[in-house]
Design a binder for this molecule. Structure first.
Ligand code: SAM
Length: 365
């Protein structure tokens, strides 16, 4: 089949996507031109900001790829005070970010559930209800998800990491804390409760094949999620997967493959929100902007107080760990301006896919 016909097919098969993931040169340019035009038509050249607050690296999980895994004893564990978190939220509000993301390691306890409830109440109060709040605090019970929704969280990010169950158990311990089935169930609960639900995968993992990645995209489509964040897997020297370092695809290839994953996702899920992952910037200084150009429409500037960022190192060479929120903001403005996109200050950027599905009554900008 001619490449242009493939790009215009109504439904892509696994084989079609594998072919697209491997394309190079002029064909790759055509793929990116197509995804760029789909983005322009369906979500416009507008970038929404989510101020990212990484509020704690305490985690009960032991994911084999992650720098904040429980067994990594070589990091300082931290838990921001409520005051620090509220100040960061206020920074986002005053700078018209529209939304924040509260992310942490996974803690399951009544005290944690209540703490987040209290924070949600206070953030809504300080912003007069004018900050959208995304949570990314791992798997939780349906009741905890419900309480957080009732207290104002409207979006939740929970990456599946890989949709291949066998691969899932190669990159996670196979025990009761790391169940593929429960992660999928958590995502389904989030959807049923009415959250704008986000998921995603890591790209370039040990053992991962092009078929796996093609299946990931089709799985994400089948899950009918509203938001996706995905980016390259990056090595962390304090994790079990580090031993595969020399068998991995080179980082520059992982980067290019991630751009193709984003482009194909934009083509098959036209109206979702796609975040430009920080891990793209760890490989290429302009990585997040390149992703914005070819399909992503969400940026998550890190507004965690600078002194804690070093301790939230999920992978080696995480960017922007030594900057403060003000630095991050001005640097982003310049970066977005060179991609033909504009930042929608004050815009919530709710997922259009979610409103289309549910006839949502959330206020639009
Ligand atoms: N605990 C929450 C959860 O499980 O969803 C959120 C925090 S978790 C650290 C956020 C994301 O970081 C994970 O979903 C994973 O995809 C990403 N991550 C962790 N280690 C990584 C690595 N070495 N390379 C790239 N991404 C990584």
């Amino acid at each position: 089949m001619v490449f242009d016909e493939l790009l215009n097919k109504d439904a892509l098969s696994v084989q079609d996507i594998v072919f697209l993931l491997q394309c190079k040169g002029d064909e790759e340019k055509k793929l990116f031109a197509k995804s760029e035009s789909v983005k322009k038509r369906h979500v416009d050249n507008i970038v929404y900001l989510r101020g990212l607050i990484e509020f704690s690296n305490l985690c009960r999980k032991d994911c084999n790829y992650c720098g904040i895994r429980k067994s990594n004893l070589n990091i300082d564990r931290f838990n921001l005070t409520d005051n620090d978190i509220l100040q960061a939220a206020e920074f986002a509000f005053k700078n018209r970010f529209g939304s924040i993301v509260l992310q942490s390691g996974e803690i399951q306890s009544l005290a944690f559930t209540k703490r987040v409830v209290k924070l949600l109440d206070k953030i809504l109060k300080l912003s007069n209800g004018q900050l959208r709040i995304t949570l990314s605090c791992g798997e939780q019970s349906r009741d905890t998800f419900r309480q957080w929704l009732e207290h104002g969280a409207t979006r939740y990010l929970l990456r599946i990491e890989t949709s291949n169950e066998d691969l899932y158990y190669k990159i996670h311990p196979h025990d009761k804390f790391h169940s593929f089935e429960e992660r999928v169930e958590a995502l389904n609960n989030l959807k049923l409760l009415g959250y704008q639900t986000g998921t995603g995968v890591m790209i370039g993992l040990p053992y991962q094949t092009y078929e796996d990645l093609a299946n990931d995209l089709l799985w994400i489509k089948k899950m009918d999620v509203d938001m996706v964040g995905m980016g390259p897997y990056l090595e962390h020297s304090g994790t079990p997967l580090y031993k595969f370092k020399s068998n991995l695809m080179p980082q520059t290839e992982r980067f290019q493959l991630s751009l193709k994953m984003i482009a194909i996702l934009r083509i098959i899920m036209k109206d979702i929100n796609i975040a430009s992952a920080t891990s793209l910037q760890a490989i290429d200084k302009m990585g997040r902007e390149k992703a914005i150009k070819i399909g992503a429409n969400v940026l998550m500037p890190n507004i965690t107080p600078g002194m804690y960022r070093n301790s939230y190192k999920l992978y080696d060479n995480k960017p922007c760990t030594d900057e403060n929120p003000e630095d991050c903001k001005s640097c982003l403005e310049w970066r977005v301006s060179i991609t033909n996109n504009i930042i929608a200050y004050g815009g919530y950027g709710d997922s259009q896919h979610h409103s289309h599905k549910r006839g949502s009554t959330l206020r639009k900008i």
